[in-house]
Design a protein around this ligand. Structure first.
Ligand code: C2E
Ligand code: MG
Ligand code: MG
Length: 722
């Protein structure tokens, strides 16, 4: 293009200075019309400003295209010939020297220049522009002008900047994340991993990790089936979330991880790679396990607790229903556990429970459940098509496992258990009923003397109902005045005189007659009713004794039996003191009968209470002596007055050599401790003779008198007392 042609184009699409316009050669407009129109369109559509300026200190503009206004905010006339503002002042002061150097350099080397710099728009806004141009050389070879184009690149620069920033941030995230980040091939090779992932898997660096982990499925996953599941889910849904698995760390330790990952596809929809994040959730898993353990397992024995048993039982029932099979629920209760607990203390009780748990576990298969409901109550859940025969065999195994001697520092003990079994579906269709029925079957096994098992039968329901009925009747017996006391004489073996009497409770129930204490005292103890009943016995016995004295009979001691529970839950000392005050009986005419198990349990507290009772003048005896585990050395520490040798030893003293020896020994040891010894349940003359020969002090039994109503006792006493 010649200089003239160029000038012509400028004239048509942009602005020359006004004075130049006057110099316009009319001939110029006669150029190719089509050509001109095309250039006009091009320049008009051009993003930016085309210019021609002088190569001077102001970059004095000689021509600017219409883009001027958008680029600079100035009207072309403002800029042309520095009318209002020079281009130099439009450029940012900090960039001016750089611009000039670049332009002059290019001119000197006769090449194009390409620069980016800041421009200050008419509104004061600073924009980034890009300029490309060339020096225009005159006939003398001097560059007098510059021509080129300037475009606003602020947006582009910002985009590039934003992109770079995004990259930088991503990079920093990738490197500094606490979560592991990875990209792998679908075959399980690492393409990329961040330092956190390497750390989680126990490697020093991502490189070390990607070098040594070549087969994720087999090297990393503890269970390779989990990896297969991961791949399956990704293929199916395109991603996995919170996918938990156990993996090996570098050293072989096993940890729990949770993964979020997705598949990246190529244009044809084939999986290119997997990318995702990994979190080490070992801590959380441990915590969850601990919580679950607490919620579902018994802390003492580690066996399933009631709630887990219920879940398992419900599942077993569902599955049995589906398959038409049976489920056995066996209620196991240790015989006389309370006694062990009371006499040896809770510490040994706990040890016994733990050991029994182990034994029970050993009797069933892994898939069966052994649960502890609390106390000494265990439940076995045997959930397959077992049938009575198999269940019986298992129960026999349980009985003999439990009966193995229990050897501890204190000696060797034989513990037995009673088992009640209920079967699904014949004995109940839901968990609650099955457990209840197994429980009542267990009660029947207990009634059989313990150490056995019994299957639930329907008549047990009747028994259970009776027990509940009895409880509710017992609750009302006091207010209905259905209790009474019988008195059994206690006789001095030397003089043959009545020196005391034992008050024994009876329950008179309309239409049922007299119920012996053995049939309701255990229930009263279990329900706590023994506390008010025991108070009633004390008041009645003391009042009666005082009445006999007031009637002029010689004073004797009345003995009252107390249960362990009364010692624990009633302030017995206070009760006794107030009863003595209320009835006016002198404390020395009252005797409290303890059982051996109470002596062994919580000895310090008991000793303190006994000392208080002694201060009231009350006498203390140990009842049923010889049946418990107490040692005489214990007795030394208690202010006890009497030992009552249990009837079971007295029964056969005349015929059984062992029993005779036991009784003789008890008498001798009792005397050594300055205690009086009473023989219980004396029925025959031979027994009386034996006891006399062996210097037993006192006796009680049918031989001299059965327990009898107060009036009868008063008469007997009056007739023999003289
Ligand atoms: P225990 O204190 O050992 O009372 C002696 C038991 O032996 C009484 O049974 C008595 O009737 C019975 N007995 C006495 N002599 C003979 C005999 O020669 N032959 C036979 N075969 N038996 C004889 P009972 O009255 O049935 O009382 C049973 C147990 O109930 C008592 O044993 C005592 O432990 C408890 N008991 C009785 N009354 C009370 C009470 O008011 N409170 C508490 N907590 N327990 C009581
Ligand atoms: Mg007694
Ligand atoms: Mg007794």
């Amino acid at each position: 293009m010649t200089g003239d042609q160029t000038a012509r184009i400028f004239m048509l699409t942009g602005r020359f200075p006004a004075r130049d316009r006057t110099k316009r050669d009319p001939a110029m407009s006669t150029g190719s019309h089509e050509h001109t129109r095309m250039l006009k369109t091009l320049l008009g559509n051009l993003d930016g400003m085309v210019y021609r300026c002088r190569n001077d200190a102001n970059w004095t503009m000689e021509f600017v295209s219409d883009g001027c206004r958008r680029l600079t905010g100035y009207h072309p006339d403002d800029l042309l010939l520095n009318n209002r503002v020079s281009y130099e002042t439009l450029t940012h002061p900090d960039d001016r020297k750089r611009i000039r150097d670049a332009v002059q350099d290019a001119i000197a080397q006769r090449r194009r220049f390409d620069i980016e710099y800041r421009m200050i728009r008419a509104d004061g806004e600073i924009r980034w522009v890009w300029e490309r141009g060339t020096g225009i050389v005159d006939a003398d070879g001097k560059a007098t002008a510059v021509e080129g184009i300037i475009q606003d690149i602020t947006d582009r620069r910002e985009a590039v900047h934003a992109l770079r920033e995004a990259e930088r941030r991503y990079h920093s995230l990738f490197h500094n994340a606490v979560e592991g980040i990875f990209r792998t091939t679908p075959e399980g090779h690492y393409l990329d991993a961040n330092p956190a992932l390497a750390r989680i898997y126990g490697f020093d660096s991502p490189e070390e990790m990607t070098d040594s982990l070549k087969d994720i499925r087999n090297q990393l996953y503890v269970d390779s089936a989990r990896r297969e599941e991961f791949v399956r889910q990704i293929k199916e849904r395109g991603s996995v979330t919170a996918f938990e698995a156990q993996v090996y760390r570098k050293g072989g330790d096993i940890i729990w991880i949770s993964e979020n990952a997705r598949a990246v596809f190529d244009d044809d929809g084939n999986i290119l790679l997997y990318e995702g994040t990994v979190e080490d959730i070992t801590e959380r898993k441990l915590y969850q396990a601990r919580i679950e353990q607490q919620a579902n397992y018994d802390t003492l024995t580690g066996l399933a607790n009631r709630s887990l048993l219920n879940d398992r039982l419900q599942q077993a029932i569902l599955s049995a229903e589906r398959h038409g099979t049976e489920v056995a629920v066996a209620f196991v209760d240790l015989d006389r556990f309370k006694f062990v607990n009371d006499s040896l203390g809770h510490h040994f009780g706990d040890r016994l429970l733990k050991m029994m748990s182990e034994r029970l576990r050993g009797c069933v298969r892994e898939c069966d459940t052994v649960a502890r409901l609390g106390g000494d109550e265990f439940v076995l859940l045997i959930a397959d098509d077992s049938g009575h025969i198999i269940v019986k065999q298992i129960m026999e195994r349980v009985l003999s496992a439990v009966a193995e001697p229990w050897v501890i520092e204190e000696g060797e003990f034989n513990v037995t258990c009673s088992i009640g079994i209920a079967m699904y579906p014949s004995d109940g269709r839901d968990a609650e009923v099955l457990l209840k029925n197994a429980d009542s079957a267990m009660y029947r096994a207990k009634e059989g003397g313990g150490g056995g098992f019994s299957f639930f039968t329907n008549d047990l329901n009747v028994q259970m109902t009776q027990r509940l009925e009895m409880e509710s009747r017992l609750r009302r017996a006091l207010e209905r005045q259905q209790f009474l006391l019988h008195y059994q004489p206690r006789v001095d073996l030397v003089s043959g005189r009545i020196i005391g009497t034992e008050a024994l409770i009876r329950w008179r129930v309309p239409e049922q007659g007299m119920i012996p204490p053995g049939s309701f005292i255990p229930l009263a103890e279990e329900t706590g009713l023994i506390v008010p009943i025991g108070r009633w016995v004390l008041v009645t016995a003391c009042a009666q004794n005082k009445a006999w004295q007031d009637a002029g009979l010689p004073p004797i001691v009345v003995s009252v039996n107390v249960s362990a529970r009364q010692f624990r839950h009633d302030n017995l000392v206070e009760t006794v003191a107030s009863v003595l005050a209320q009835t006016g009986l002198d404390g020395r005419y009252l005797e409290i009968e303890l059982t051996e198990s109470m002596v062994m349990h919580d000895a310090a507290k008991l000793a303190a209470m006994l000392v208080e009772l002694k201060k009231l003048g009350v006498q203390i005896s140990v009842d049923d002596f010889g049946t418990g585990y107490s040692s005489l050395s214990y007795l030394k520490r208690f202010p006890v007055d009497r030992l009552k040798v249990d009837r079971s030893f007295v029964q056969d003293i005349a015929s059984d050599h062992d029993d005779a020896t036991i009784v003789r020994t008890i008498i001798a040891l009792g005397h050594n401790l300055s205690l009086k010894v009473v023989a219980e349940g004396v029925e025959t003359e031979e027994q009386v003779n034996f006891l006399r020969q062996n210097h037993c002090d006192e006796m009680q039994g049918y031989y001299f008198g059965k327990p009898m109503p107060a009036e009868e006792f008063g008469n007997l006493f009056a007739s023999t007392g003289e």
